[in-house]
Design a protein. Structure first.
Length: 378
């Protein structure tokens, strides 16, 4: 039942918003309807639960509206319950997803609201995933609802913003009892079923290809394992195959975008039976395409790594000089390229410096071990 409720809640919320309910009031009404469902369904479950939830949620909303004298004008407009019809068979989840990624919201607020309204996660689960107090996350979500209500439904987020929000969720990975990477994949699958845009397929393929390597990303001791050192037999070949198939369909539309480029790079890594067999020439070509599309310093940094692999570490170091000094992980790449070039003393110093700049414990520990390895070989 929990899974059914989680799937239906965003659809019901979308219907109420489409009928004219403001976001916050609509969600309150849906939550009350879900409480009613939990109370009634074990004894007398409806044959078709979605219309049941819509009816109950709409009545809850009307009751709340009628009890608020400050909203009498809305009551006059909405007091009659619309007759059910074919329109209620449509899935409003996609519209709800775009609404949660409203341009008036910051990316952080859009992520929280998307997980709450579309993902069906509780405020407590989202707070735990992002390592903040539940009250803080509750306030963040409440502010996001008010912002959307004030800005109005007429200006939903564009597709690019929605994809960015979904990728932000995916990159949070696993925290607490919530698998945000899996949740992002679920939401992106939903979007891909409704949108033929190749960048949607590109993002889904990218997520699947990264997710396929998840089991090999951490050692038995909890230490971060770099891509080159991962046990490739632990990669999920089913996810890899699905990701490649989706990517090929997206690329066939001949409308290249950044997520398709990133997915193509990930696919080349997944295709290599070992790190030594990686086709770095093709990887570099895709980074050239990606840099032309984004002009991103982070992409330029990753391209320097590809140059170092394809053309040698000295060529990679020359490319690195074009990357701004404040780009995250630049120092770590500098250390790696110096190590490859045989300058172990400089590399050890840079690894230690990079460890001090790391933003998470796993990365800091990994870089510290690299510095120690070069300072105390054997």
């Amino acid at each position: 039942m929990d899974e059914l409720v989680r799937d239906l809640a965003p659809q019901v919320l979308g219907v109420l918003v489409r009928r004219g309910a403001d976001f916050a009031a609509a969600e309150d009404a849906v939550q009350e309807a879900l409480v009613e469902a939990v109370r009634r369904w074990p004894d007398a479950p409806p044959d078709d639960p979605k219309p049941w939830l819509i009816t109950v949620a709409w009545r809850k909303f009307l009751d709340a509206t009628r009890s608020d004298t400050a909203r009498r004008t809305r009551e006059e407009r909405l007091h009659e319950e619309p007759a059910p019809g074919p329109a209620e068979d449509q899935d409003d989840t996609l519209e709800l997803l775009f609404l949660c990624c409203h341009p008036s919201l910051t990316p952080t607020s859009a992520v929280a609201l998307t997980l709450r309204a579309v993902g069906g996660l509780t405020t407590g689960q989202i707070a735990e995933a992002y390592l903040v107090p539940e009250t803080t996350m509750g306030q963040r979500i409440s502010r996001a609802k008010r912002t959307v209500a004030t800005a109005g439904v007429g200006a939903p987020g564009d597709l690019g913003r929605v994809l960015k929000v979904l990728y932000l969720i995916f990159n949070e990975g696993y925290s607490g009892d919530v698998d945000l990477a899996a949740e992002a994949i679920r939401l992106t699958r939903m979007l891909s079923h409704a949108s033929p845009e190749p960048e949607v397929g590109g993002l889904l393929a990218l997520m699947l290809l990264h997710h396929a390597r998840r089991a090999a990303r951490w050692g038995a001791d909890g230490a971060l394992v770099p891509l080159a050192d991962q046990d490739r037999s632990a990669w999920d070949t089913t996810l890899v195959a699905e990701g490649v198939e989706i990517l090929q369909a997206a690329l066939a539309q001949d409308r290249l975008g950044e997520y398709q480029c990133q997915a193509a790079i990930a696919a080349l890594h997944c295709d290599a039976r070992s790190a030594a067999e990686t086709d770095w020439t093709q990887v570099l070509e895709w980074y050239d395409e990606l840099l032309a599309l984004t002009d991103s310093p982070v992409v330029a940094l990753n391209r320097a790594v590809a140059v170092g692999e394809a053309d040698g570490p000295l060529a990679g170091l020359r490319e690195l000089t074009k990357v701004p000094a404040d780009v995250p992980r630049r120092t770590a790449v500098n250390a790696w390229l110096h190590e490859r070039a045989g300058d172990l003393t400089t590399a050890a110093t840079l690894y230690a410096e990079a460890a001090g700049l790391a933003t998470n414990a796993a990365e800091r520990d990994h870089l510290t071990r690299q510095a120690a390895r070069l300072r105390h070989p054997g």
